[in-house]
Write a protein that binds this ligand. Sequence first.
Ligand code: 5GP
Length: 188
Amino acid sequence: MYCMEQDVEQILFDKNELNEICDRLAAQITETYRDSGRELVFIVVLKGSMFFASDLLSRIPLACEIEFMKVSSYGSATETSGNLQIHLDLKRDVRDADVVVLEDIVDSGRTLSKLTALLSDRGANSVRCCTLLDKPERRQVAFDADYVGAEIPDAFVIGYGLDYAETYRNLPYVGILKPTVYTTSDES
Ligand code: 5GP
C-alpha cells in the first residue's frame, strides 16, 4: 500500500501544535463575539478547512450556525473583484449576521478578498476571516485575515485538510510536500 508519509519533506505542525493553535483562535473568536446580540454564522470553505473547522468550532461555546461554501478564484493578480467561482453556495441568507469565514490558507489573498466582499454585499453585519495558515510572502492582493493560526514561508503544504491533487488531506499534521512530487507529475 502506498504510504503518503514518504512524500513529506518536513512536518511543520504536529497534532499537539495544531491543538494549541485551535485553542488560541477559539479563545480569540469567543472573546470577539461573546457579548454580541447578533446571529453568528461560520462559513467553512471546503474542502481544505474541514479538519481545522471541526477542531476549532468544537472549542467555541457560543451559539452559532455552520454553513459551507466551495469557491475558487481566478484572474490576474491585480484584480480584486469578480472572478470568484462559486461551486457550492450558502443555503441561508447572511443579512445582518456576524459572519466568520474559516479558511485553510491565505496565499495570494485573492479568494478571501473576493469572498469577504461578496458576503458584505449580501448584507452581513460584519465579515471576519480566520485562517489556519498564512503565507504573507505570496500576497498579490492586499488582504489581512482577522485571526491567523500561523504564518509559514513560501512552500507547498499538505495535510490536516490541505491537499495536493485531492490527496494528503487525511495526514494528521501539516507538512511540506516534497517538490519532486509535483515537479514529476507536472511533467508527465
Ligand atoms: P489564494 O486565493 O489566497 O491565492 O488561494 C488560497 C487557496 O489556494 C487555498 O484555499 C488553497 O486551496 C490553495 N493553496 C494555497 N497555498 C497552498 C498550499 O501551500 N497548499 C495547499 N494544499 N493549498 C494551497
